[in-house]
Design a protein around this ligand. Sequence first.
Ligand SMILES: [Zn+2]
Length: 315
Amino acid sequence: MKNRVQFQQGLSMAEFMERYGTEAKCETALVEQRWPSGFVCPCCRDTRHSRFERGGKRLWQCHRCRHQVSVTAGTIFENTKLPLTKWFLAMFFMTQSKNNISALSLKRHLGVSYDTAWLLKHKLMAVMGDAEAGRALDVRVEIDDAYLGGARAGKVGRGSENKVPFVAAVETTADGRPLFVRFDPMPFTHERIDAWASKTLAPTTHALSDGLPSFSVLANSVETHEAIVVGSGKQAAQHPKFRWVNTLISNFKTALSGTYHAFRFAKYAKRYFAEYAYRFNRRFDLRTIVVSLISDCARMLPHNESAIRLAETHR
Ligand SMILES: [Zn+2]
């Protein structure tokens, strides 16, 4: 699996520029993703419309309710001062780079201020989060409890201010090949894990977890729950039944520490989880992941700046 992912051909920068190198091309790409079968009025759902230009901007007017919209209205691009080409380039770097890209590198690549790069990255990560939010896992799911911002050996230890507890889950095929991952920040209480499981795990799932008492509630949501009591630390990390969940937790932590120097885990953890999962879950489609992200941006509701900067609470 590793080789298939590492050696696949991504989208080259030249191909990307050919497809999305001008405002008009970016706008056309958004139109195709937002209205694949033609214009649909966001207010009344009518499809009859006329098109015109005002101030260099393409607008659509609904024949029924007279509402006027641009293709960016009601998306994360609404009211943006940045050209779409910069947004699209950011999507290119965020999906085609081998590792995560920091806001600082994005600032250099795009020639924008740090603040702009940070906001761009976080808005795109929020879209990735929305796209991954509803992902359900099935078949065989390895589940583990972990902390971000703390060493694995301190798994049961008391969390420091900056430590984020999270549940990691990996769906594999019946014979144990990894398919999809989810990382969800939450305290390890019975209630939270029960709610998470009923939303996330398909009823036909075979769930595997360690002996954490709160995981006993998994049985409420899945067909079979296998709790394997393993030691903590290294011993647990090497248990073959948890191979993938442990590998992905470790890869995720390595990717974070290699990319982000200062990182306020507690505040934005959810988005970094989503960025990792979004990329991992589409890792066999490096060439089309940009198109998925464009499509998700065209369809998801906007996240306004204050909401983006607001800390999410995980506890
Ligand atoms: Zn309308």
